[in-house]
Design a protein around this ligand. Structure first.
Ligand code: SF4
Length: 476
């Protein structure tokens, strides 16, 4: 058994990339059986789930459309907020009843929650029906862990607390045929005081750029239109590997593959350089969408959060992006109710939102995460006050996203059509270059294509539009 340890998880020792040879998987215990993977949290987790599915397929499993009819259920979890925990433990409750009826059902818990000591202790004491726990650093071991579960009929806990390796070649079953996630950097070394990611995902480790470019070239050959380069802090890309190669170089190289759209997420303001802004502004196929978390408008709170920038520095970067990148859409993350946040500090956040007029924001009430520095700070904002601040903030954020969307009414925008509209199955849906969701009156044959759409009406969270024409590929 390998249990996680948060003290070890904080250590930073450097790493050597390990190249994973998936051809060596020779298990077939999944033949004729089905898997169900439920994902919680961010895009990195969604992409990890695509790899978990790829590994399960290699063992013979096929996908089930419901957990009730699956032979193996894997929860790929998120530790970033308390409510993500509650959802996972709620789902484990439902799986407990299912396991009573299906004793050979295999239940696995993976992802960031698996890296938390308290979660693993709970699983060991109260959720003994779980068959295995596997952390974020060793998802490549899932086939051998399942094999051990089948052989021993005992719970397996395989969670590594050290920083992990860089894996190449893990098989992937992608959820979309048009838009693909591509990891470029794992982990994070910023240690924002509220954040558990540096402990659950380990040290910052970049993939070699040759591997990333090779993956994107393969995606182009497969007909993918869009890639999103992923990392907890993509702007730190390359710092751990190269002296003279960074996100700006990588964006250029990925844009050169001929992929029609390149996105990247998430950016930390600290690592954003002028060179990166030039590439985003200068390349037609690097999309003008930047997610730039600010977290607070108060310098006092930014310092307590260890965000490494002041409100003024954030605004300088924000304005540089607005002035350089044509039609950019900029979104952010904001936390309210951080320990020590007064009404005055919160008003500074509202002022910053008034100044930036973000296209959108993910807003959260602070909840302490296990063993992070902020979890040792005295909570000074009541839950009621946090909710009240969240409501006031959301009202302002929604006003500006509505205004940004309204400005698009009557214009023609390019959309990558990703599927049927969830709201109305007679329509399709897709995303504009600057990442706005559009429900479109168009034939289903538009799915997978980049089309011109006339925006007919705007709401706070989406747009409505009509098909105009299929967009001809431009030479980037
Ligand atoms: S930069 Fe992002 S992932 Fe890294 S510690 Fe800060 S909030 Fe967490």
């Amino acid at each position: 058994m390998n249990k996680p340890n948060m003290f070890d998880a904080k250590k930073r020792n450097g790493h050597k990339p390990v190249y994973y040879d998936y051809e060596n998987i020779d298990y077939d215990f999944g033949l004729g059986k089905k898997y169900f993977v439920r994902t919680y949290g961010c895009q990195m987790n969604e992409h990890d789930s695509e790899r978990i599915k790829g590994l399960l397929r290699r063992c013979g499993y096929s996908e089930s459309d419901s957990y009730e009819s699956a032979d193996i259920v894997i929860l790929n979890t998120c530790a970033i907020r308390e409510n993500a925990h509650d959802k996972v433990f709620g789902f484990l409750g439902a799986l407990k009843s299912l396991k009573r009826k299906k004793s050979d059902l295999i239940i696995g818990l993976c992802g960031c929650m698996a890296q938390e000591e308290s979660v693993v202790d709970s699983i060991l004491s109260k959720y003994k029906f779980v068959d295995f726990v596997c952390g974020t650093h060793n998802i490549d071991k899932i086939p051998s862990i399942i094999n051990e579960v089948i052989k021993s009929n005992k719970m397996q806990v395989e969670v590594l607390s050290y920083e992990g390796d860089v894996y190449e070649g893990i098989p992937v079953i992608r959820d979309s045929k048009y838009s693909a996630w591509v990891d470029i950097i794992y982990g994070c070394d910023k240690f924002c005081t509220y954040c558990i990611v540096p402990y659950t995902r380990g040290t910052q480790r970049s993939r070699k750029y040759e591997e990333i470019v090779k993956e994107v070239k393969e995606l182009v050959k497969l007909g993918y239109k869009e890639v999103t380069l992923l990392g907890q802090n993509v702007n730190a890309y390359g710092k751990d590997l190269y002296d003279n190669y960074n996100l700006a170089n990588l964006l250029n190289d990925v844009a050169d593959t001929g992929i029609e759209r390149v996105r990247f997420v998430t950016s930390h303001p600290w690592d954003f350089t002028d060179e990166m802004i030039e590439v985003i502004a200068g390349r037609d196929n690097v999309m003008p969408y930047i997610h730039l978390p600010v977290q607070s408008g108060s310098n006092k709170i930014l310092k307590l959060m260890n965000r490494r920038y002041t409100k003024e520095e954030y605004l300088t970067l924000y304005n540089k992006l607005r002035n350089s990148v044509k039609n950019a859409s900029i979104t952010t993350d904001i936390i309210v109710g951080f320990p020590g946040e007064t009404e005055e500090d919160f008003n500074e956040t509202l002022e910053l939102v008034n100044e930036c007029k973000f296209d959108g924001a993910f807003t959260f009430a602070f909840s302490p995460r296990e063993n992070t520095p902020a979890s040792y700070l005295k909570e000074t904002v009541s839950e009621d006050e946090k909710l009240d601040r969240l409501h006031r903030l959301n009202a302002l954020v929604n006003k500006y996203s509505n205004e940004a969307n309204k400005r698009l009414e009557g214009t023609v925008v390019k959309c990558l059509v990703t599927g049927e509209s969830e709201k109305d199955d007679s329509k399709v849906c897709g995303y504009t270059e600057n990442m706005k969701l559009v429900n479109i009156v168009a034939d289903k044959s538009a799915i997978g294509k980049i089309i011109d759409v006339k925006i007919t009406s705007a709401k706070s969270f989406s747009l409505d539009g009509e098909y105009i024409k299929t967009h001809e590929l431009v030479n980037n």
